[in-house]
Design a protein around this ligand. Structure first.
Ligand SMILES: [Zn+2]
Length: 131
């Protein structure tokens, strides 16, 4: 069953059995854990801090940023935890496709930029050699 709300539970150590719909946060160990919001039962651990996820807790509930992308899990869920709510994002396959496309365009642009630079460099060399 899909989970659409998350409440916060502050802990020191992660419990071995997690409850669905609960975001466990250990400030001491800078980690958070929850059960995948798709309901598959997978444990999702996230490292908090400048190199990991940014955790905030507001009056309406906890938030994690950026999104949770469970690409190593069979369900491949992708969602945000925002103010106590699970906000579903693009299915990972689509997101990956978009990302891949952006990467491809970026690489192609870089390639053509290089090619055209090469062309102008050759042309300039040729022009200078004639004078
Ligand atoms: Zn899942």
């Amino acid at each position: 069953m899909k989970i659409d709300q998350m409440r916060l539970e502050l802990v020191e150590f992660m419990p071995s059995a997690l409850e669905p719909g609960v975001l466990y946060v250990s400030k001491k160990y800078h980690t958070a854990a929850h059960l995948c919001a798709c309901g598959c039962g997978e444990k999702i651990r996230t490292q908090l801090g400048p190199l990991g996820w940014q955790f905030t807790n507001g009056r309406q509930g906890p938030s994690l940023y950026p999104s949770i992308g469970n690409w190593q899990k069979p369900c491949r869920s992708h969602y945000y935890i925002k103010r106590g709510f699970v906000v579903w994002a693009l299915a990972l396959t689509e997101a990956e496709v978009l990302y891949g496309r952006r990467e491809e365009i970026r690489r192609r642009d870089a390639y053509f930029r290089e090619q055209s630079l090469g062309y102008w460099a050759r042309l300039t060399r040729w022009w200078n050699a004639r004078r």
